[in-house]
Design a protein around this ligand. Structure first.
Ligand code: NAG
Ligand code: NAG
Ligand code: NAG
Ligand code: NAG
Ligand code: NAG
Ligand code: NAG
Ligand code: NAG
Ligand code: NAG
Ligand code: NAG
Ligand code: NAG
Ligand code: NAG
Ligand code: NAG
Length: 701
């Protein structure tokens, strides 16, 4: 049992800053971090968007010089199926059978005998770039260097990009805004060049480059013009461009407010030019949709709704003010917090969980990962931004039937959540050895449900989650395997732990997964009790009889029986997921804090920290914070290996996987927990000499 006095003593070490019930001047803090740029960034766009749709701009405010992407939650494409004999249909894929506790279980893994259909299932469908919109300089090839007096501001408070420059001594300004409701960008261009036919707007549409796992920084093929079609239907003040890529078709509806004309530039390409007439201001909207609808309104309408939406976004939920004026670390953390909040509303608040790179570019073919749902979404709960959280959280209920099918197919009870998914309604998960053997995505719904119940302890919340928790808990209980010789329930083999770097056939009883299993089954049991329903016996039996945490030399280790863990370069790198035992998770009943502290010390001393990236830093910050060390927590968040560039984009472990938004969302979760506290700790944990003001946080578990 956890000795409560040891917890209390760590709290004494913590710098406790009382929650001040104040009204922070949010607007001035946010505007202090508005982007102010004067050139395009090689791979990070300045974005406007709404969580389901984002438009990435270069220094022109459009996609003039760099083909930054326009991505959505609904734009996907399938390549044609393979023509290899016996691999021409999805049903030809059979996966692989692996021995699992004395029986063969069929896993959704690439099968060497079915290489082509396996790969097709991994790569399809893939997310598409909906189109490029840029400035057209009367047909001249103008480069960014030719523009003078370039300035660009992203006003975070209103969600507006204002860009301006001079060309041949004539000034041009561009305002770019995205609608918060529909997938529209609204643009106003002001320049005397407009009237002379020297300035207009081009639209270009790429084919899908579905063969690239990382389609970054620029998505799609603009040179495969014969593989797809576009057609233009032009009216007086509007036009529809219908783009067809094999079975995928969608419309771009363009509306302009003064006299204008749109035409195709060349019948061999998919580019179009829109020009105004006799006017120094030209405003237009471009709406992307599976099928054109006439609802986007004018530039002014979009501007108004964006302004209202962003103001509400910034004014509701939690906020934190750090001593930016007196401490450069505090200022950098404040910058990251503000820019990240902007970017996550644009990239990480859609109908589906976010892909790692949000709507900036495509990683893993544009698909999302179910084990990462926690890292993308959890922060909304502690920051009390429930409406954004709500947009995505339905994913568990939506895919519950396929989760049941997956478990049944493998001979388990209940519902087994998938791994790497897309917008396919069937809920299929991409084949993969790791994909099929990870298990830490399973208890996520329990964490979310419990946070929601703390916020809203109602019958409605209980009902909302009951089916999902029951299905997942049934699977978790059924997956745990009763070991006759040790009389405990084992997790694995085969399995992969959080760190994905072990031999799956040897991996058994990993520390973090044991704790998370117990946590998940405990929440599921409470859920039934709250509804005065019977708790299935198997949930309790497994919860109470899970294998002990593996300990070697008084420290927790990755999994039971791991050899040379602290000296093996393969093991002592990658995510130190076991640190989630205390920090990310509330204290487990079997947690020994002395052993945990030893574990933390060993990680600090021997881990390959230079190879850490993304959410590893918030993970370690949460552990440090829970141990009462706010200074160390902040150091992890600002670690030299955890960079955030001038646009607020988290630099991933490598350029290809940049941005890597789990780092951003994880940072907000860690900050939110440090600001809002957790059970037993009212107050916040930041460096003692920081004058921190917080308001509106939801306390964590
Ligand atoms: C552009 O911005 C950078 C960074 O703020 C600054 O160093 C540089 O002088 C600016 N260049 C111009 C031409 O304004
Ligand atoms: C891709 O193919 C799958 C399987 O036929 C189908 O369910 C899905 O809707 C397709 N997606 C697209 C974007 O065509
Ligand atoms: C295709 O399947 C048939 C029947 O299972 C088998 O006889 C044939 O050898 C297979 N062909 C190839 C190319 O694998
Ligand atoms: C794990 O065992 C299965 C057989 O059950 C085998 O096919 C597979 O190659 C093994 N994997 C590793 C990484 O050893
Ligand atoms: C435009 O100019 C740039 C720089 O001079 C050159 O690299 C590019 O190929 C040109 N593009 C076209 C379409 O002429
Ligand atoms: C098309 O463009 C891609 C890069 O976007 C390039 O790799 C490829 O070689 C080009 N193909 C042709 C036929 O030019
Ligand atoms: C475009 O179509 C041609 C002819 O069907 C095909 O050979 C080529 O691979 C396709 N290109 C892409 C990028 O799919
Ligand atoms: C494109 O084709 C249409 C009819 O096929 C023709 O009227 C038009 O002039 C062509 N445009 C260009 C730019 O070649
Ligand atoms: C900022 O605060 C941190 C944490 O207390 C401290 O380590 C650092 O020295 C401070 N920096 C400055 C410039 O005061
Ligand atoms: C979130 O959704 C639930 C039901 O799905 C609803 O009861 C709740 O009011 C929603 N909360 C917000 C803030 O939208
Ligand atoms: C039961 O647990 C022991 C100790 O962890 C392990 O060595 C053994 O392999 C397990 N039995 C089976 C059949 O997996
Ligand atoms: C925690 O572990 C330490 C070191 O192994 C041990 O001395 C101590 O008795 C343990 N505490 C409890 C409460 O089990």
């Amino acid at each position: 049992m956890l000795a409560s006095h040891s917890l209390a003593s760590t709290w004494l070490l913590a710098a406790l800053v009382a929650v001040v019930d104040c009204k922070i001047d949010r607007e001035s803090i946010i505007r202090q971090f508005n982007l102010r740029l004067n050139q395009s960034h090689a791979y990070s766009p300045v974005q406007v968007g709404n969580g389901n749709f984002a438009f990435g701009a270069d220094v022109s405010g459009l996609q003039t010089f760099l083909p930054h992407n326009t991505l959505s939650s609904w734009g996907w494409h399938n390549s044609s199926l393979p023509t290899t004999p016996n691999q021409t249909a999805i049903s030809d894929f059979t996966g692989q059978d692996w021995w699992t506790h004395g029986r063969l279980v069929n896993y959704n893994q690439p099968n060497p005998a079915e290489k082509d259909i396996s790969q097709w299932l991994i790569a399809n469908p893939h997310r598409i770039n909906l189109g490029r919109i840029g400035l057209w300089f009367g047909g001249k090839n103008v480069t960014e260097d030719e523009l003078t007096e370039r300035t660009q501001t992203l006003d975070l408070w209103e969600g507006t990009i204002s860009s301006s420059f001079s060309w041949h001594g004539k000034s041009v300004t561009v305002k770019t805004i995205a609608s918060p409701e529909i997938d529209t960008i609204a643009v106003t261009i002001t320049s005397e060049l407009l009237g002379n036919g020297e300035l207009g707007v081009f639209f270009d549409f790429p084919y899908a480059s579905g063969k690239n796992k990382f389609d970054a920084p620029f998505v799609g093929l603009f040179n495969a013009t014969s593989n797809h079609t576009t057609t233009l239907t032009s009216r007086k003040n509007s036009a529809t461009i219908t783009h067809t890529l094999d079975a995928t078709t969608y419309d771009t509806e363009i509306r302009w407010e003064s006299e204008g004309r749109i035409q195709r530039t060349n019948n061999e390409t998919h580019s179009y030019v829109l020009t105004g007439k006799d006017s120094e201001t030209f405003a237009f909207t471009a709406t992307f949709a599976p099928k054109a609808a006439n609802s986007q309104g004018s530039f002014r309408d979009v501007k108004k709704s964006a302004k209202d939406w962003w103001k509400k976004y910034w004014s509701t939920g939690a906020f934190i003010s750090l001593p930016s004026a007196t401490n450069s670390s505090a200022k950098e953390l404040q910058r990251r917090i503000v820019l990240t909040q902007y970017l996550l509303a644009v990239n990480g608040a859609g109908k589906d969980p976010a892909q790692e790179s949000g709507l900036v570019n495509n990683g893993w073919y544009g698909k999302y990962h179910c084990e990462m749902i926690f890292w993308h979404l959890a922060h909304w709960t502690v920051w009390n931004k429930w409406d954004l959280y709500n947009r995505t959280i339905g994913v568990y209920e939506r895919f519950l039937p396929s989760s049941y099918d997956r478990a049944k197919h493998q001979g388990y009870q209940g519902a087994r959540i998938g791994k790497m998914q897309d917008d396919n309604p069937s809920g299929w998960s991409a084949p993969g050895e790791i994909n099929s053997l990870l298990i830490w995505q399973q208890p996520h719904p329990m964490w979310f449900a419990e946070m929601e119940y703390r916020k809203s302890p109602t019958q409605k919340t209980l009902q909302k989650w009951d089916r999902v928790l029951a299905g997942v808990a049934d699977f978790m209980a059924s997956y745990a395997w009763y070991n006759q010789s040790t009389k405990v329930y084992d997790l694995g083999p085969p399995m992969y732990p959080v760190s994905e770097n072990t031999n799956p056939n040897q991996t058994v009883n990993p520390t973090f997964e044991l704790a998370y299993w117990r946590f998940g089954l405990d929440v599921a049991a409470k859920w039934k009790e709250r509804q005065h329903q019977v708790v299935p016996a198997s949930w309790r039996t497994v919860k109470d009889n899970l294998a002990s945490f593996p300990i070697q030399d008084n420290a927790y280790v990755l999994y039971e029986g791991v050899e040379d863990m602290w000296t093996s370069p393969e093991i002592a790198s990658d995510h130190p997921g076991f640190l989630g035992l205390y920090g990310w998770l509330p204290p487990d009943p079997r947690l020994n804090l002395t052993v945990f502290q030893n574990t933390v010390d060993k990680v600090y001393a021997s881990w390959d920290l230079a190879n850490l990236y993304g959410w590893d830093f918030p993970l370690m910050a949460m552990a440090a914070a829970r141990l009462g060390d706010g200074e160390q927590a902040v150091r992890w968040l600002l670690d030299v290996n955890n960079q955030v560039n001038e646009l607020g984009m988290p630099e991933g472990g490598n350029r290809v996987a940049t941005p890597y938004f789990p780092a951003s969302a994880g940072m907000l979760l860690a900050v939110g927990m440090m600001a809002g506290g957790w059970d037993g700790l009212a107050g916040s944990v930041f460096p003692e000499d920081w004058d921190v003001e917080v308001e509106g946080f939801q306390r964590s578990m």
